[in-house]
Structures are given as structure tokens and as C-alpha cells.
Design a protein around this ligand. Structure first.
Ligand code: TXA
Ligand code: MG
Length: 338
């Protein structure tokens, strides 16, 4: 596997573009998390993504574009609401679902009648799409079920030997995946919270429903509107437990359970006060910084050999809702009230 570190920007992008055009797979940086990209019009190439990630075939992919003009051919119709969102939040961490056009292979939409599209704001991501000359289907570049990658090293860790190349664009800024909103029904519906907040969506569109799986666990056998919601996600091998309470109570609880096997996914300010191995999950009261560090923190739990990791119950305001949604899944919804 090639690591393209962009020391010669133009040549590396051309190389990535060539690999993608030939049906290969390339790990690409975006402002949210790293993606595992293939030519969205090439069903065979897209099928290789599922194999490389061990991803269930019924979980559809997001199609990434570099310019708004590339959107129209992918969908049956761009509604006024969809245009409003795109004008406000693209390029950026928002994915919009609409009924698909015939150009979208079944491998991308996993048999659904809709397609998810987003225009990333990361300049390298957009330059790679331009170099490939086609829209790119790209899920997060992790092995299915593992925390999403926010650095090229995470992609190498999960994908070495499975894909042709990774483009190293440094650490991702947002740190959690894009917001997924469906405009395929009567009322816009938030399927996955992310970098664009629910508050921002409601300011722009008025009424926006929130699928209950954003907050809660799906019940056994329940149909998921977004197939990704029904799978165990973001989980390290170690057990993650979420503690709900004030910082002082968190510190007391963790210190009274201290041993070799325990780690704390804590705020920077708490590090000096804890008697266990600590992993920073950003600054206290700062949702953006917590989103930025979350996936790296979940990966570190296994790296340092912990068996149990105690995390904080996140705020559900703003980007906090995305942190809450990912962390609760990583913890299989296990919460202890302090
Ligand atoms: O930030 C992101 O969105 C990253 C970067 C690489 O762009 N991509 C990403 O892709 O997170 P992925 O495949 O890990 O998550 C896509 C989610 C899944 O939960 C999937 O089920 C849902 O979007 N999805 C995709 N197409 C859909 C559709 N047509 N209808 C409903 N849900 C869809
Ligand atoms: Mg993913």
C-alpha cells in the first residue's frame, strides 16, 4: 500500500486519481474523518470497498462530489429544501439523501431507491475527486465496527494490505462523521448527527424530525431508516462505560475503581486528578474539541491495553449530539448514574 504524503502535491494527486480511475481504492482525508474511496460509477470497484472494510452489503455509501454541478445527475430531483441546505452548508460536513438517478449503481445505494451525497470542504478531498474525474463513493476508512479514522495512521492500521493507497492530509478537523439528513420523505429527518448541528438544520428548514435511533438503541428486529444504525459501531475491543455525573463524582468513581486494566477517557483538566491511565477526550465544556478527539481516544483504549474505559456522559447540544450518538454506541448504551 502506498502512502502519498503530498510532498509533491500534484504528482501524488495524479497518482491517486489514476488508481481510482482504474477501479482501485484510496484512503482520503476529509474534514470529518478519513474516507475509503472508489469510483462511484464503477459497481465492481465499489463492491471492493465492502470487502476491504468487511462491511455488510446492505449498508449504503455516501457519494462525494467536488462541485455542486456534479449533484444533479446523481439524483432524480433536487428539491428547494435540498438546495437551501447545500447553499448554506456545502462544502462541509453535511450529507443529503434524495431519490437516486439511474447512474447510481446498486452497490452504492445497497438496493435502496435513494442516494446520499456530500461535498466535503477539505481541499485535498476535493482535489482528489477532481483528479479522479468522477464522484467518489466513500464510507469511513475503518474496519466495520471500529472507530472511524481521523489520521492516516489509523487508515494504515485498519487497511494495510487491503487497499492501494492512502493520501496523508494530516488530522481531520471535525473528528466525527458528517450529519446525514434525509429529504426523501415529507418532513426532513436527521438520521445521523454530525458537524452540522440539528439547531443549524432547524434554523434553515424549520421542522426537522429526528430519528429515534439518534438517541436510542434500535430494538431487536426494528427496521433502520439508515442501515448503518443497526450495527455495533465505533467500539474498541475493551469495554466502554459511560458515567453520568459531575466531574468531581467522575474522578471519585474512577479513582475508587483504579487498577492496571482501567483507563479514563477524560477531559484535559482532569488528567492530573486521576490515578488511572488517562486518554484525553478534549476540553471540559467544549463540544468541538471533544468531537475532534473522540475517535482517537476510542482507538487509544486498545493501544494502551485497557480492559475497561470510563467516559463522560456528553452534552447533547450542538456537535455534542454527534459525540453522544457515537460514544453511546461504543459503550453499547451502558451508562452508570453517579
Ligand atoms: O463524514 C462522513 O460522512 C464520512 C466521510 C468519509 O465523508 N463518511 C461516512 O460514511 O461516515 P459511512 O459509510 O461510514 O456512513 C454513512 C452512513 C451510514 O450510516 C449509512 O447507512 C448512511 O450514511 N447512508 C448512506 N446512504 C444512505 C441512504 N441512501 N439512506 C439512508 N442512509 C444512508
Ligand atoms: Mg462509518
Amino acid at each position: 500500500m502506498n502512502t502519498l504524503n503530498l510532498t509533491s502535491y500534484k504528482e501524488d494527486l495524479e497518482k491517486a486519481g489514476r488508481i481510482l480511475r482504474k477501479g482501485g481504492l484510496v484512503g482520503i482525508p476529509t474534514e470529518t474523518v478519513y474516507g475509503l474511496a472508489a469510483n462511484a460509477f464503477n459497481g465492481e470497484a465499489v463492491a471492493r470497498i465492502f470487502k476491504a472494510k468487511c462491511r455488510p452489503m446492505d449498508n449504503p455509501l455516501i457519494v462525494h462530489i467536488a462541485d455542486i454541478s456534479e449533484w444533479k445527475p446523481l439524483v432524480s430531483k433536487i428539491t428547494p429544501e435540498a438546495m437551501k441546505l447545500a447553499e448554506k452548508f456545502w462544502p462541509g460536513p453535511l450529507t443529503i439523501i434524495l431519490p437516486k438517478s439511474d447512474l447510481i449503481p446498486d452497490e452504492v445505494s445497497a438496493g435502496l431507491e435513494t442516494v446520499a451525497v456530500r461535498m466535503p470542504s477539505h481541499p485535498v478531498a476535493r482535489d482528489i475527486i477532481k483528479a479522479a474525474g468522477v464522484p467518489l463513493a466513500a464510507p469511513s476508512a475503518n474496519l466495520s465496527g471500529k472507530p472511524s479514522p481521523t489520521a492516516a495512521a489509523h487508515v494504515l492500521h485498519d487497511m494495510e494490505g487491503r487497499i492501494e493507497a492512502v493520501v496523508d492530509g494530516g488530522e481531520c478537523g471535525v473528528g466525527v462523521e458528517s450529519t446525514v439528513v434525509s429529504l426523501a420523505g415529507d418532513v426532513p429527518c436527521l438520521l445521523r448527527p454530525g458537524g452540522v448541528t440539528l439547531e443549524q438544520l432547524r434554523e434553515t428548514l424549520g421542522e426537522v424530525n429526528v430519528n429515534h435511533a439518534v438517541y436510542d438503541q434500535l430494538k431487536e428486529g426494528e427496521t433502520a431508516p439508515s442501515p448503518g444504525m443497526k450495527y455495533k459501531h465505533y467500539a474498541p475491543t475493551a469495554k466502554v462505560i459511560v458515567l453520568r455525573g459531575e466531574s468531581a463524582e467522575y474522578i471519585k468513581f474512577v479513582n475508587s475503581h483504579a487498577d492496571e486494566t482501567v483507563a479514563a477517557i477524560c477531559y484535559d483538566e482532569e488528567i492530573p486528578l486521576l490515578n488511572v491511565k488517562t486518554i484525553s477526550c478534549g476540553k471540559m465544556g467544549d463540544n468541538d474539541s471533544q468531537a475532534h478527539y473522540l475517535f482517537d481516544a476510542l482507538r487509544k483504549v486498545d493501544d494502551i491495553g485497557a480492559k475497561i474505559a470510563y467516559a463522560h456522559y456528553p452534552s447533547t447540544d450542538g456537535v455534542g449530539l454527534a459525540v453522544y450518538n457515537r460514544l453511546m454506541r461504543a459503550a453499547a448504551f451502558e451508562v452508570i448514574d453517579l
